[in-house]
Write a protein that binds this ligand. Sequence first.
Ligand code: GLY
Length: 307
Amino acid sequence: MSWTIIATWRMALEGVSKGAELLKENGSASEAIEKAIRCVEDNPRYGSVGYGGLPNYVGEVELDAAYMNGDTLGIGAVAGLKDYANPVSVAKKLSEDRFNIFLVGAGADAYAHMNGFERKNMLTEAARDTWKARLKEVNDKNLSPYDGHDTVGMVVLDSASTMVAATSTSGLFMKKPGRIGDSALSGSGLYVDSEIGGATATGLGEDIMKGCLSYEVVRLMSEGLAPQEAADQAVQAFSEKLRRKKGVAGAISLVCANKKGEWGVGTNVEFSFVVATDQDAPQVYLANLENGKTVYRVVDPSEIEDK
Ligand code: GLY
């Protein structure tokens, strides 16, 4: 494959299609991934990423994002960023720096401001209404805040053999202010090395970060495993370990690609993802766990409604 783009969740379809257009014209992985993730961040329909992302317990949208360049291993990340339109672009800019590459809260906001990123009130009316309703329910019924869909994460290989990975999320709905999940963490939410391949995760950050799972998938690929074997082995073995040690494993899904553009997916829940390559137009897949292994099939995008 001369280029490949793989992304978590059906919500990435429009962005992946735009990224694929760029890659087809020999555009760079860096340009394609930023465009693709910004497309998800800008869409208020998605309640777990960017504009329209669901807020924390006190009604504030706190955004986490990361970007990694597989040629240089340069990584940049923000967590708890408020009121900036495109966290992935802030993370990407940070990845070019030598020091202070992971900024949180007020420091991340100040960096975004100083570097001229677009300010935007990221809390939509719909998200505020959902938060108000959930606050009442949580108080009445002691509900779990976690509700499935979360990070958009992507791995891209371009025709110049550069690989990049990036993530963006508003994290757990109703999270405690200041809570950070896996998405901004190198090795957990994403990892990429152009000499091997890259991976990105979605699911319960508190569990994904216990296994540094994106790094683990890349490590397994470096030992010669095909992407599908690497992703499935990492997810299933670690889910099993969590069940053994803690009695429960949260939702964990990973997508990955190697330097040849071959791709794979591992999950312990139902999980949609999107792939485009120089040989295949963008397609949505639905993955599931069957008899201890991840299986997947192509689905019509209209079958899946990401929220
Ligand atoms: N996987 C995203 C989060 O836990 O915040």
